[in-house]
Every structure is written in structure tokens, then in C-alpha cells.
Design a protein around this ligand. Structure first.
Ligand code: ATP
Ligand code: MG
Length: 343
């Protein structure tokens, strides 16, 4: 059995509205091995969720369209499978925790019914066995008194509990790949830590690989082996967590790191923000998409798109000035500061 679980090659996704085309994902490539976790980071609108939902072919079509690339899962290109084959893969081999748990849980069915539904859809089990398994899953994700909770409705659960239910549903079929789109963003830090612990525990138990989409680099450092940094639908940096953490290279990644609140940033200390905003993806982008916001940009950055280069082993960067031959000197955080307001 090959160790490589997923290989995404040059994935392109567009949305069409009239004569306008939004290039939401523009040539994303990465690989994921079994039991390995990859973090996808980037500002809002950079194409993280569109990439993730495309992997399951759940992009609304139209207006969306996977216009190019390959998604090789255990060597099979998911883009060539029939709808029926794809349904078998969803929830069986690959499952997803969506960005908004409230909209993904159905308010008119009890939580138990929704977990059992998912179990019965993919496993040949009796109603009684499905119920037993649902109770087990709720127990596993740390929901107290699961027998009683089974009959309750999503609105009777707290945000953290609902997120656990989503995880229980996603893991009820022991998927080989779990895609988690901001699974902890809406939660307070204590619950967030519990959910991450839970995911690590479940990963050990089920050997699941995880694609973790998050705004929080702390989460990436904690559970991921690789990082994919996205900007305006493009991957601008990709590498092992050690590389990206210790020697980040793209000026955009520097900006992301500098704008994170970390334990070393004391109250009232200043944090850097990235000036400006991402480009309009409906317009043709000439050159490097980050150039207009990059304090290191020179003429070439505005006229020629940089290619992704493996500058060091397992570390890829798309920047004209971060190559095998040349390196930028990372500036001190100086401009565009804002005060940290800690609650
Ligand atoms: N259904 C849709 N129709 C048209 N455009 C869409 C649709 N879904 C996403 N997009 C566009 O695709 C781009 C990428 O969106 P995506 O949701 O992947 O961002 P994201 O990185 O997940 O952001 P966030 O961090 O806010 O969740 C955005 O410009 C968005 O407007
Ligand atoms: Mg998103």
C-alpha cells in the first residue's frame, strides 16, 4: 500500500456569473501521506474552503466549475469518478467538518438521528447497531450522558457541543481523510484545546489524515506536519511545518506570522498588519498577486508571475526574490502596527 493518500495537482476552480469569471483556485498542488496532517492557511477569500469542498466535488455547479487539475486519492482521480462512486467515497473514505456547524446540522432532526443516518448510509448495520455506534461516537467526542443527548436537537447544544457532534458524524465511518474547515474558530480557547486533543486522539485511533483549514497558525504548529499558504487562489508557500515555522520565506507568510497574537506578544505590544487587501479575483492578475501589498516588490513582480520553486528540500516558494540563488532580508516589524487588545 502506497504511503501517499492524496495528491492534488494544479487544481483550478472558477465561478461564473454572466460574463464574469472568478478564479477562486488557481493551480493548487500538494501531497498528503497517510496519517499526515496538512494545514491550509491564508486570509479570508484566499480559496481555502473552495479548495477543500472541491476535493469532495461539493462545489455548487453552476456557478462553480473545477476547470482543471487532478485529485488523486489512493491513486484514483476523483474528477473522473461517476456521481455514485463519488458518493461512496464521501463520508466513507473522506469526510468533512464544514466551516459553519449550525448550517450543516439539520435543525428539525435530533442529533442522534443525524449521526445514525450517516452511519446507516455507509455501513450495513441494523437500527439497533447504528444507535449503539452513535452512542459510542458521542462518548468518544466527550459528550456526557450520550444516551439522553441522542434525542436532543442541535439548538439544545452549545457551540462547542455542536462542533463535537460534527466531528462525531465526520468520524463515524473511520475516514482515511478528514477535512476540517475552521473547526475551532467559533469556540473559546479551552474548548478549542479540547477539540484539538480529541482530533489527535482520534487520529491515533483511526489512522486518519487531516486537512486542517484555519486562521490560527498556533493550531497548525500543534497538529500539522505540512503547511500550505494560500493567497488569492494561489499557493505561495508550501513546506514542512518545521521549515515554515523556523524559516518562512514568502513576504506574505511573514506578514501572516507577524499578525498572529502569540504568547510572546505582551498586552499593549504592537502587532503588524498586512497593509491593503487581497486582489479582486474577477480581474486578470498580472504578475505576483501579492505585489501591490508587498514592501519588497520590484518592477518584475508587477509584470511576471513567479513560479513555485523548491528552494530547499521540501520547501517551495513562489517569489522572484526567494530562489536558490537569491534571498530577501526579512525586515524588522516596523510599519502598519496596531495595538494588541487582549480580552
Ligand atoms: N458560490 C460561490 N459563488 C461565487 N464565488 C464564490 C462562491 N464560493 C466562493 N466564491 C469565491 O471564491 C473565493 C474563495 O473563497 P473561499 O470561501 O474559498 O475563501 P476562504 O479562504 O475559505 O475564506 P474564509 O477564511 O473567509 O473562509 C472568494 O473570492 C469567494 O468570493
Ligand atoms: Mg473558508
Amino acid at each position: 500500500m502506497s504511503n501517499e493518500l492524496l495528491k492534488v495537482e494544479n487544481l483550478e476552480v472558477q465561478f461564473k456569473s454572466g460574463s464574469t469569471v472568478t478564479k477562486a483556485v488557481n493551480g493548487v498542488s500538494f501531497t498528503l501521506n497517510r496519517k499526515e496532517n496538512i494545514g491550509i492557511v491564508g486570509e479570508s477569500g484566499s480559496g481555502k474552503s473552495v479548495t477543500a469542498t472541491s476535493l469532495l466535488r461539493l462545489i455548487p455547479t453552476p456557478p462553480g466549475n473545477i476547470s482543471g487539475g487532478k485529485i488523486l486519492f489512493e491513486g484514483k482521480d476523483l474528477l473522473t469518478l461517476s456521481d455514485k462512486e463519488m458518493r461512496d467515497i464521501r463520508g466513507n473514505d473522506i469526510s468533512m467538518i464544514f466551516q459553519d456547524p449550525l448550517t450543516s446540522l439539520n435543525p428539525v432532526f435530533s442529533v442522534g438521528d443525524q449521526i445514525m443516518e450517516s452511519i446507516k448510509l455507509h455501513q450495513k448495520v441494523s437500527k439497533k447497531e447504528a444507535k449503539q455506534k452513535a452512542i459510542q461516537m458521542l462518548q468518544l467526542v466527550g459528550i456526557p450522558a450520550p444516551e439522553k443527548r441522542l434525542n436532543m436537537y442541535p439548538h439544545e447544544f452549545s457551540g462547542g457541543m455542536r462542533q463535537r457532534v460534527m466531528i462525531a458524524i465526520a468520524l463515524s465511518c473511520n475516514p482515511k481523510l478528514l477535512i476540517a474547515d475552521e473547526p475551532t474558530t467559533a469556540l473559546d480557547v479551552t474548548v478549542q484545546a479540547q477539540i484539538l486533543e480529541l482530533m489527535k486522539k482520534l487520529q491515533d485511533e483511526f489512522n486518519t489524515s487531516i486537512i486542517m483549514i484555519t486562521h490560527d497558525l498556533g493550531v497548525v504548529w500543534e497538529i500539522c506536519h505540512k503547511v500550505l499558504v494560500m493567497y488569492a487562489g494561489n499557493v505561495i508557500e508550501y513546506g514542512t511545518v518545521e521549515e515554515i515555522h523556523d524559516q518562512p520565506m514568502h513576504p506574505y507568510t511573514w506578514g501572516l506570522l507577524d499578525s498572529q497574537i502569540t504568547e510572546s506578544v505582551e498586552d499593549h505590544e504592537m502587532l503588524t498588519t498586512i497593509p491593503g487587501s487581497p486582489p479582486d479575483l474577477r480581474q486578470e492578475i498580472k504578475g505576483c498577486p501579492f505585489a501591490p501589498r508587498c514592501s519588497y516588490a520590484r518592477d518584475i513582480c508587477f509584470s511576471k508571475a513567479p513560479e513555485m520553486v523548491e528552494v530547499k528540500e521540501k520547501h517551495f516558494v513562489a517569489c522572484h526574490f526567494q530562489t536558490k540563488e537569491t534571498r530577501l532580508n526579512r525586515k524588522e516589524r516596523s510599519t502598519h502596527v496596531r495595538a494588541v487588545v487582549k480580552s
